[in-house]
Design a binder for this molecule. Structure first.
Ligand code: ADP
Length: 510
């Protein structure tokens, strides 16, 4: 039972049922249409037959005075009594046949002197005299046009008979007579019945066969989907490097597989980034904690002078600073990731902000033996989040100072145009190798110095991620150009009136 419920929910079952229903409706419609056409054609043939009989009857039969019956008007049949064909024809014509006078009463036959109503006509039922009179009146009124009556009758055994009735005029006599002639068409009716039965048998059979075939074909079509699903199921966090093999058919399924593979690729990259992140964070946190522990232990067990205690505490404080810096950065990161960092935009003079910051960096720059230059217009009014813009510039300037050797220079240029601003921070530092350029805005991405892994002195690799976040939140753009050994240039373009949602969102690379 549960199995059936599961199967009936499946695509294969539903596809089969839909097609079976569709075919049922189509087949039934076609069958009905064909049956109607066949019925019309058969009816036409029956009418043509009875018309032919009527014409033949007029060739053989006269209504004339019969000397044997006091010269009363009777039917008389004229045919070659030696010719078997004619004998059969007349016999057939007289099988379902009757003639009545104007009053609707049957007349007699001259040869047999019996009523001119065949036994078979008796069987299908002679029309009531009133009906005959009524039909004769209608036919007379229609003259000179010939009015024909076609009547559908049945024998006592239920066989169908088509009757043609109309007027026949006696020779040398003006009085019309009512003649009715019938034609049995059981065989034609049988054709229709046979057709109906064949279809009644064929449709369910075809449907059953079609459904089975449909189920089989749907199964075949869906097999690759199942194998893709199984392959996808085998992929887990521990083997994200696995890919679903494409079938080379270049069809929708291959496209789906490719899309899957690309998604797994992205997942793998994020998993790797997360692993790297955990490793980096624990490393970053462990280093100052180990240092603090060491310093405090040394102070506790070996220091005996106040100066030694003070020095140990000073060093521990420095490491605590670094710890809280890391924690702050992580907190900021999580806030940005959950969209909690809301921009507080105000109108301000960006020139002033940049000038103040460059000023603040003068001392560390001088200490590093660098020239810190600023190229600013007199004023640049913008609407931005001051704190975030300061954070952005701080990150760029501290990187530039950090990665530029003694004797180099760092230049900040601000261009203020009516529909936006362009801020460039360029240095003459060590530069960034081309292969690293696409990744430096990724979280925790650090370029290792030649021959060494990225060390703690290089920071967490979050600075540029935040820069990119801030630029994006201001609906701006950032890009970097760098030549190893010559220097690096970061360019930021912000629209003057920042129109973004004001929320910093995380989108992988920020
Ligand atoms: P970090 O905090 O480690 O500096 P960032 O995200 O600010 O992290 O920078 C990522 C990496 O980009 C750095 O590790 C550094 O290798 C490289 N980088 C950033 N700015 C510069 C620059 N001005 N010159 C050379 N390399 C840079």
């Amino acid at each position: 039972m549960r199995d059936f419920a599961r199967i009936s929910r499946g695509l294969r079952f539903r596809l089969t049922i839909s097609y079976a229903l569709l075919f049922t409706v189509l087949l039934a419609l076609v069958a009905l249409f064909l049956r109607e056409r066949l019925a019309v054609t058969l009816d036409k043939q029956v009418v043509e037959n009875v018309d032919g009989d009527w014409r033949a009857m007029k060739g053989y039969m006269r209504i004339e005075a019969c000397p044997e019956l006091d010269n009363k008007l009777t039917t008389a049949w004229y045919y070659d009594q030696e010719d078997p064909d004619e004998i059969t024809s007349v016999y057939d014509l007289r099988k379902i046949f009757m003639v009545a006078d104007q009053n609707g009463n049957p007349i007699r036959d001259c040869a047999t002197q019996e009523l001119a109503v065949s036994t078979a006509y008796d069987d299908i039922g002679v029309e009531k005299p009133a009906l005959i009179r009524q039909q004769m009146r209608e036919a007379l009124a229609a003259l000179p046009k010939q009015k024909i009556f076609y009547l559908d009758r049945k024998t006592s055994t239920g066989e169908p008979v088509k009757v043609r009735a109309g007027l026949v005029f006696a020779e040398k006599h003006a009085a019309p007579f009512y003649v009715a002639l019938g034609n049995l068409y059981t065989d034609k009716k049988n054709v229709l019945h046979e057709y109906t039965w064949i279809y009644a048998g064929v449709i369910p059979g075809a449907l059953l066969l079609g459904s089975l075939l449909g189920y089989f074909m749907a199964g075949r079509a869906l097999t690759p989907v199942l194998s893709v699903a199984q392959a996808a199921q085998r992929i887990s966090g521990s083997n994200l490097s696995m890919r679903i093999p494409t079938r080379g058919a270049g069809d929708e399924l291959d496209y789906l597989i490719l899309t899957f593979n690309r998604m797994i690729e992205r997942l793998e990259a994020s998993f790797n980034q997360m692993r790297q992140f955990s490793a980096d964070v624990s490393h970053e946190l462990r280093t100052p904690i180990t240092a603090i522990r060491g310093q405090l232990e040394v102070a506790l067990f070996t220091a005996n002078a106040t100066d030694q205690y003070r020095e140990a505490m000073f060093n521990a404080l420095q490491d605590i600073d670094r710890l809280s810096q890391i924690v702050r950065a992580l907190l900021l990161l999580s806030q940005a990731e959950s969209g909690q960092l809301v921009l507080q935009k105000t109108r301000l003079d960006l020139c002033q902000v940049v000038d103040d910051l460059v000023e603040q960096f003068q001392i560390p720059a001088e200490a590093a033996g660098l020239k810190l230059l600023a190229d600013l217009p007199p004023t640049c009014p913008v609407e931005v989040d001051r704190v975030q813009i300061e954070r952005m510039l701080t990150n760029l300037l501290s990187n530039a100072i950090k990665f530029t050797p003694d004797g180099g220079s760092v230049r900040t240029t601000l261009l203020c145009i009516p529909d936006g601003i362009e801020l460039v921070v360029e240095d003459t530092g060590r530069g960034i190798p081309t292969e690293h350029l696409p990744h430096i805005f990724d979280r925790f991405y650090r370029v290792a110095s030649k021959g060494a892994a990225p060390g703690p002195e290089q920071g967490l690799g979050l600075g540029l991620s935040f820069v990119a976040w801030i630029v994006k939140a201001h609906d701006g753009k950032i890009w970097v150009e760098s030549t190893p050994g010559e220097g690096t240039r970061f360019t930021i373009r912000l629209p003057n009136k920042a129109v973004g949602s004001g929320t910093l969102e995380l989108a992988g690379k920020v």
